[in-house]
Design a binder for this molecule. Structure first.
Ligand code: ATP
Length: 515
């Protein structure tokens, strides 16, 4: 555990040191759970957005993208259920005065049971070798059976109490499980209360006439209210999708995990409209498509797992999370939800406008069903950053800090380095920069010895270094050094653009992962 905490601390300090993430308004001591992206962070974030946007809207002929406003008509949030039901159950510890999400306390307890079971299974696997039958072991080993059984029971009871809004039972569960404040160990809890997560604001000049508005807590509703606009003007036929990237705001109760849980964050959402009755088929398909998108980035297959929801939101008939192994354990990175026709129907009722599709094959008008894929851009950023940061021991006994970002996402694709600051080498390096900058983000760097410059670029995540030396003046070739393998090769300057493209191109990374 201590090691994991160290890793997380390293990620946070590295993010600051290399211009990825700063606390917001830092000179005023920051504002809780709000962050700013620095010069490298903004590039990485844009590249993640582009990777997602292109994979949705460019690789699928039947998905288009929009950009809806953050402020929406207030009835939107009545229709969507957010005014009445966008609540988190919170609990306070009377001794530490710390506030927690009651459901998360219980889920973390259940996760510990799972970890205990997995530890036993791993031990047995080692002992039995090739003959090991994991399923059989889970069913027969009393300890593993108990851990897994208890976990299931706890999660089922939590789901039931939350669905029935039985907050007294959530409190009872916390007490029965003897869950303590993770920071202080105190078990002196208040009652569990509901807390609405929407940020309110006012529209209009005078206090009397001002209209109560909300900053959108999810981007999805901007898609639903535009369903017919897009379908009609884009002449879209079902099945089709609408994608959107944008800010969302939630007044989160507990926001202590860096950019994992923020009060202002960005979502990348896609709503896919299908025929009623076909939604579960599409749900399975989108689960697979989205996992493949993640796999394409090569952050490690073992870092992902699906978590099927026990407690379904009021609008869903199936839901799963893609969880990622963050430095603080497996947590939700993306949600895939079968939202039925709940949202469009609710907007029909509240607006009095029909939101239907005439299906020429079925010769029928209907409200489409919806599969949603919803990923937090900032969480994706954290996943990429934390899986990429490595402290490597090298063969010569030295070590290096290297940020092995997927090259397609790296802020700077190549650094151009004159070996020395004289003899015409800077001029030649600058000429290379001037040529490559039209197609790639490249950086000129002449300060310090070449080894230190390599290390600096490694730590910043630059996949390629291009060194200009005295031979370059004669034969127009340069040394290309690859960040991950540290291999070097000699390349003619005319081949540089092709090489960078091959290493960093969307197609190179994504092509093997589309169906
Ligand atoms: P959680 O259970 O962690 O609060 P959620 O289930 O409420 O998340 P959704 O409403 O499904 O999240 O939102 C979709 C995605 O938006 C999440 O998978 C996550 O990546 C991202 N997200 C949600 N809340 C936040 C937040 N406060 N900060 C950053 N990203 C968030």
């Amino acid at each position: 555990m201590a090691k994991q905490e160290d890793l997380f601390k390293n990620v946070i300090s590295h993010a600051k040191e290399y211009g990825y993430i700063f606390a917001s308004s830092e000179i005023y001591d920051g504002i809780s759970a709000v962050y700013d992206y620095g010069q490298n962070g903004a590039e990485l974030k844009n590249n993640i957005k582009e990777y997602w946007w292109r994979s949705m809207t460019q690789l699928h002929q039947n998905i288009v993208g929009i950009d809806a406003a953050i402020l929406m008509h207030p009835t939107t949030w009545k229709a969507s259920g957010h005014v009445d039901a966008f609540n988190d159950p919170l609990i306070d510890n009377k001794d530490s005065k710390k506030r927690y999400r009651a459901d998360v306390l219980v889920e973390d307890h259940a996760e510990k049971l799972l970890q205990k079971a997995e530890k036993e299974i791993a031990k047995a696997k080692k002992r039995f070798g090739d003959d090991f039958d994991e399923e059989m072991y889970k069913e027969t080993n009393p300890r593993v059976k108990r851990y897994l059984g208890e976990r299931k029971e706890i999660l089922e009871r939590l789901a039931k109490s939350l669905t029935e809004e039985n907050l007294a039972d959530v409190k009872a569960l916390i007490e029965e499980l003897e869950i303590a404040d993770p920071e202080t160990g105190s078990k002196n809890w208040t009652e569990v209360r509901q807390f609405n997560l929407m940020f309110g604001t006012k529209l209009g000049a005078s206090a009397e006439s001002a209209q109560q508005l909300y900053l959108r807590p999810e981007t999805a509703q901007g898609i639903f209210v535009n369903f017919l606009n897009v379908q009609k003007t884009g002449r879209m036929k079902i099945p089709f999708g609408i994608a959107q990237i944008g800010k969302a705001f939630r007044n989160e109760i507990v926001a202590r995990q860096f950019i994992f849980r923020m009060r202002e964050f960005e979502q990348m959402e896609m709503q896919f409209f299908v025929r009623p009755g076909q939604e579960l088929e599409w749900y399975e398909k989108w689960k697979e498509t989205r996992l493949n998108w993640h796999r394409s980035l090569g952050l490690g297959e073992e870092n992902y797992r699906f978590h099927d929801h026990e407690k379904l939101a009021h609008y869903a008939n199936a839901a799963a999370d893609i969880e990622f192994d963050f430095p603080f354990g497996f947590k939700e990175l993306e949600g895939i939800h079968s939202r039925t026709d709940f949202d469009l129907k609710a907007h029909e009722e509240h607006s009095g406008k029909k939101l239907r599709f005439y299906d020429p094959e079925m010769k029928e008008n209907y409200v489409p069903y919806v599969i949603e894929t919803s990923i937090g851009l900032d969480r994706m950023f954290l996943a990429v950053l934390s899986a990429s940061l490595k402290d490597e021991q090298l063969e010569d006994g030295s070590s290096r800090i290297v940020l092995k970002l997927p090259a397609v996402l790296a802020p700077t694709k190549a650094a151009i380095l004159p070996l020395v600051k004289k003899d015409g080498l800077p001029e030649m390096a600058q000429k290379i920069v001037d040529d490559l900058k039209w197609d790639f983000r490249v950086q000129y760097d002449e300060k310090d010895a070449i080894g230190r410059r390599y290390r600096r670029q490694d730590a910043a995540g630059t996949p390629l270094c291009i060194t200009v030396d005295h031979d370059s003046l004669e034969d127009e070739s340069v040394t290309v050094r690859f960040r991950d393998s540290m291999e070097q090769k000699r390349v003619h300057i005319n081949e540089l653009a092709g090489l960078i493209k091959k290493e960093t191109d969307f197609r190179t990374w994504m092509e093997g992962y589309v169906d």
